[in-house]
Design a protein around this ligand. Structure first.
Ligand code: GDP
Length: 300
């Protein structure tokens, strides 16, 4: 991923290597390359505009000091601004899950069908159990697809967490409530609620998940989105964010050839932090999202 951006950034640095100073002209040239690279990487246009404006302001104010060449100085500016857009402060800190509520802390999963929700539930269950020593229960509210419930059972078992079997004749609210009662009685620290996705944005799906959100008052509402969808990822994030108070985003399939623009746009457009990235189909294919690291990866 990010090859285009990386290659372009490398070219920019090379071009500027011979230059002694940052000037209006070489900064303009660099900005043109950055703008093209971001558009090619599927970053949404308003985000590209905002980003290049900030880079320009910062770059022109930047003193080229000591041993830094103009190329290095500009890459530093781009790196800091990319990090900031992806939700990091300048130290590139990660946004963590906020689960410090009365147990069980509920994580509600939202997203379109195929985004990687169920897989991510398994990954999160494993992550929370192994890294944070949490006792985790999972439940599926996807009453429309029995295969989805079976899939959640399988990944939960792989994660060595507990699975709450949903009764197909119950409503999603009854299922969620029953799972919550079970979690309370069995001292689970975290309850992860998987939900039904659709192929596209669908009013009935939105109402169902909004009702679940009202009933459960989750500590985290995570929107799972396929990074390969590029601009569509941003559109669906916007639609979910308008209906649900999302607390974070999980960007999946970053191990594929996603051009990665989604990482930049989704954060900027929804204002919600990316908390994790999916980097594989297996349950260990989950990484905490570090804006600073992602920016370095973009720069190459
Ligand atoms: P759901 O419909 O949102 O629950 O999506 P699933 O969890 O069933 O995932 C859909 C497909 O994407 C499955 O084939 C998963 O194995 C795959 N998948 C999920 N996350 C990742 C990821 O981070 N990387 C890759 N390569 N595949 C993933």
């Amino acid at each position: 991923m990010f090859d285009t951006l990386t290659q372009r950034m490398a070219r920019i640095v090379k071009t500027l290597r011979g230059e002694a100073r940052l000037t209006e002209a070489n900064t303009q040239q660099m900005l043109r390359e950055v703008r093209l690279a971001l558009l090619e990487a599927d970053v949404a246009l308003p985000v590209v505009r905002a980003l290049t404006t900030r880079i320009k302001e910062k770059a022109l104010g930047e003193e080229v000091i000591g041993n830094l060449t103009p190329g290095q100085a500009l890459v530093g500016v781009v790196q800091r601004e990319l990090t900031a857009v992806m939700g990091g402060d300048y130290a590139g800190q990660a946004a963590e899950l906020q689960l410090a509520v009365k147990a069980p802390a509920i994580i509600l999963m939202a997203g379109l069908q195929g985004a990687g929700k169920t897989t991510t539930v398994g990954k999160l269950a494993k992550f929370l159990r192994e890294k944070q020593k949490k006792k985790v229960l999972t439940v599926s509210c996807d009453i429309y697809r029995p295969a989805a419930i079976a899939q959640l059972k399988t990944v939960t078992e792989q994660a060595k967490a507990d699975f709450f079997p949903s009764q197909p004749e119950q409503s999603v609210l009854e299922i969620a409530q029953a799972a919550l009662d079970w979690a309370q009685r069995h001292y689970h620290d975290v309850l992860i609620v998987d939900t039904a996705g659709r192929l596209g944005i669908d009013e009935a799906m939105m109402q169902e998940i909004a009702a679940l959100h009202r009933a459960l008052n989750p500590a985290e509402t995570l929107f799972v989105v396929d990074a390969m969808l590029g601009q569509d990822a941003v559109n669906s994030a916007q639609a979910f964010n308008a209906t649900l108070p999302l607390t974070g985003i999980v960007l999946t399939k970053l191990d594929g050839d996603a051009r990665g623009g989604a990482a930049l746009s989704v954060r900027q457009i929804t204002g919600r932090p990316i908390k994790f990235v999916g980097v594989g189909e297996k349950l260990d294919g989950l990484e905490v999202f570090h804006p600073g690291r992602m920016a370095s990866r973009i720069l190459g």
